[in-house]
Write a new protein. Structure first.
Ligand code: GLC
Ligand code: CA
Length: 535
């Protein structure tokens, strides 16, 4: 396989509600994004993954779509969208749209017609049964909702306002491919595919992810939309094993460019339990094994590399240090991740070291998943304290507080006195303006990593070799025929011992004094670096 453009770029995820408000209503929008493209160009990213901006009743902040080809008036209109595509392109930035086709909104015309008329051709676009089974919604409660109008139950794996689409229906699939083609024709560069591993579901057999027809559908989508067009695609696949990862991303199979696999995220909570049963201490040895597996066994597939997204807690709050080592741990985690094989993703604010929000009560929470969880947990007798602890650490609103642009009112996010979610109180010191003014800020570590990705081909090609180290130290080598690079990180607030294999090295990037590490054979807390080994 020749080198693809998306193997040499870093992707930046924008959650539009929270990025930049241009019209003073407290909600981010497309003109806000356009006004910050120069900033993103300076960071150096090659693509934006734009979380949904489509028309939506916003039950799940736009992941409930009522028109795939209209823009929500909260965010602007189609002219703004075209302007964003154009202005981004001028700066060498491609736009990747979020594709949410496992479900629509219940306000989508298809569903309105389907529920009101059993004879309609749209009825079968959704999944109806006379009796519910035991399937549960990912957002708590039964996955089935009785519809008075339809006199049947419909399936919804997310909120009640997100009915699941029936991918068995050929016409539905055709309509989706046509819609995707029109978006590609508009000039977008690809899709991030929301919960794509669920489209092959077989609800009667309790098969939710990885259904028997899943890959057949994706290959059909490839033929109907992606083939011959130079787009990148990334599937969101929560349960993907390495074998699944190969199926999706092996180029010969003609499916997707890559998937988001979540094995490392699984280490955040107790095995077999819901994500709200979190584990505070990172299991570094387990993490090493997961990295090793995905870095070495994907064969002709391709990885995505990420710590954060709009569904996950801020990485520093769960696995970094938000206190005395906030900056250093942020740089360390970035260095560790970005020098692996795969396409790196940066979630807005990650490049500033943004952290979880200290939510005090449920009134401050907007996220439907957290609110449903709270309701259910409280009704089962859990205390409010337990619920708030879980939401503070794991809840999705942590990633969704407004981007912090400067130290002015509302962190420069909006001119309104109030934003849709509160601005993190640390905005006075943690913001874009301060980061740009300080050559040692986290921002510049990201900028350099993004630059390296563009310039250094070994990041794409070199083999990955995990080294045997002390428990809290992760070290790997990337080897090509004529060069070898060593990447090391101390995932801890304490000293760890580490001996470099040779003293004669060229520093590529670091958050520490590499000379001192060589001399003392000691890593200080959160030390991280990459060196080229000279031999
Ligand atoms: C994906 C999205 C999440 C959304 C869900 C339903 O997991 O990332 O934000 O709530 O799908 O669309
Ligand atoms: Ca706005």
């Amino acid at each position: 396989m020749g080198l693809k453009w998306w193997q040499k770029v870093t992707v930046y995820q924008i959650y539009p509600r929270s990025f930049k408000d241009s019209n003073g209503d407290g909600i981010g929008d497309l003109q806000g994004i356009i006004s910050k493209l120069d900033y993103l160009q300076e960071l150096g990213i090659g693509a934006i993954w734009l979380s949904p901006v489509y028309q939506s009743p916003m039950d799940d902040n736009g992941y409930d779509i009522s028109d795939y080809e209209a823009i929500s008036e909260l965010f602007g209109d189609m002219q703004d969208m075209d302007e964003l595509i154009r202005e981004a392109k001028k700066r060498g930035i491609a736009i990747i749209m979020d594709l949410v086709v496992n479900h629509t909104s219940d306000e989508h015309p298809w569903f309105i017609e389907a529920r009101s008329n059993p004879e309609s051709s749209k009825r079968d676009y959704y999944i109806w049964r006379d009796q519910p089974n035991e399937l549960e919604s990912i957002f708590s409660g039964s996955a089935w909702e009785y519809d008075e109008e339809a006199k049947q139950y419909y399936l919804h794996f997310f909120s009640r306002k997100q009915p699941d689409l029936n991918w068995e229906n050929t016409n539905l699939r055709k309509e989706i491919y046509q819609m995707m083609n029109r978006w590609v024709d508009k000039g977008i560069a690809g899709f991030r595919m929301d919960v794509i591993d669920m489209i092959g579901k077989e609800p009667d057999h309790y098969i939710v992810n990885n259904g028997p027809k899943l890959h057949e559908y994706i290959q059909e989508m490839h033929r109907e939309v992606l083939e011959g067009r130079d787009v990148m695609t990334v599937g969101e696949t929560w349960g993907a094993s390495i074998e699944d990862g190969i199926k999706y991303s092996d180029s010969a199979r003609q499916e997707l460019s890559m998937v988001f696999q979540f094995e490392q995220v699984g280490l955040q909570h107790e095995p077999g339990k819901s994500k709200w049963y979190y584990i505070k201490d990172v299991d570094v040895p387990a993490m090493k094994e997961i990295f090793k597996k995905w870095q070495t066994q994907l064969k002709n597939g391709w990885n995505s590399l990420f710590w954060n997204n709009h569904d996950l807690p801020r990485i520093l709050s769960i696995w970094g240090n938000t206190k005395e080592y906030r900056e250093k741990s942020a740089k360390a985690l970035a260095i560790l991740l970005h020098l692996m094989k795969g396409t790196p993703y940066v979630y807005q604010g990650e490049e500033l070291g943004m952290i979880n929000y200290p939510f005090q009560s449920l009134d401050q929470i907007e996220d439907i998943e957290s609110l449903n969880f709270a309701k259910e947990a409280l009704s089962e007798g859990k205390t409010m304290e337990w619920v708030m602890d879980a939401i503070r650490l794991i809840g999705r609103d942590n990633a969704r507080t407004p981007m912090q642009w400067d130290d002015g009112p509302m962190g420069g996010f909006t001119e309104a006195p109030k934003a849709w979610l509160p601005v993190h109180p640390n905005y006075r010191s943690v913001n874009v303006k301060a980061a740009l003014e300080n050559r040692l800020s986290i921002f510049y570590t990201y900028q350099k990593l993004i630059q390296l990705r563009k310039e250094q081909d070994w990041l794409v090609y070199a083999d990955f070799e995990l080294l045997d180290t002390e428990e809290k130290v992760i070290a790997y080598r990337r080897n090509t025929i004529d060069a070898s690079y060593l990447i090391v990180m101390n995932w801890s607030d304490n000293l760890s011992s580490f001996t470099l294999p040779i003293d004669d090295v060229d520093e590529v990037i670091s958050n520490t004094d590499v000379e001192q590490v060589i001399q003392t054979k000691t890593l200080r807390p959160w030390d991280a670096f990459c060196v080229k080994l000279k031999s």
